[in-house]
Design a protein around this ligand. Sequence first.
Ligand SMILES: [Mg+2]
Length: 278
Amino acid sequence: MTSPDNSPTPPTPVDPRDADLSGIRGWLFDLDGVLTPTAVVHMHAWSRLFTPFLEAHGAKPYSDDDYFAYIDGKPRYDGVRSLLESRGIRLEEGEVTDAPTADTVHGLGNRKNDAFNATLAEEGVTAYPGSVALLDAVTRAGAAIAVVSSSKNAPAVLAAAGLADRFEVVVDGAVAAREGIPGKPEPDMFERAAELLGLPTEACAVVEDAESGVKAGAAGEFGIVVGVDRGVGREALEELGADVIVDDLDELLPAVERAAAASAPESPAPSTTREDPS
Ligand SMILES: [Mg+2]
């Protein structure tokens, strides 16, 4: 970006191919939107909840537009409240412990969670191939990996995606609640994951797609913050503090391989890797 009037220009994130990963020994991955396209599962689950509910109430039918207008990005019960309000439907608040069959705000929220788990079980979720390629590459290079997710459904999503066996360290919403760890945008969940991997934060990369997550990474002393643009936008991710921005995590493979080759104790220089013809 040029600035003819000498106004300060924001620092441009480095090209993913040039990312310096030399000191990175651990990778802390967000889950939804980074390893798995979980938003689709959530959208289907909300539709499963509200399509029959609105029909039974004679209200305007539910559509995916409702998801983006009233639900996306909000805590579950807020999403329920907001959608109901859009249809002029008033329900009792109820309690978090309400049965999923209860026609209360909390009952509907709990019904949505059941719908999420049912949708996940039926449809499954396929991890992003580029993300799996990066997991393979960093693991092969000897780095440790962890999942850091606000979701309390993280173990179920990891299992559905066939990734559960890869992660010994998962700091999710349930762990955070149990241990009293502040959620994103505070850096604490990522810091806890680094601690569980036995690494200083400086030796860890944070990989995030959400505003709150990139903020959390930028708020800590991490080695590098990778922003994955799944819709937030490169500019926003950059402003929030991402050091490198990618559309797909496979863009980091060359940098990972270069760092691995440089740190391998007996690795030959690239020019001598060709097979000797003799
Ligand atoms: Mg995410």
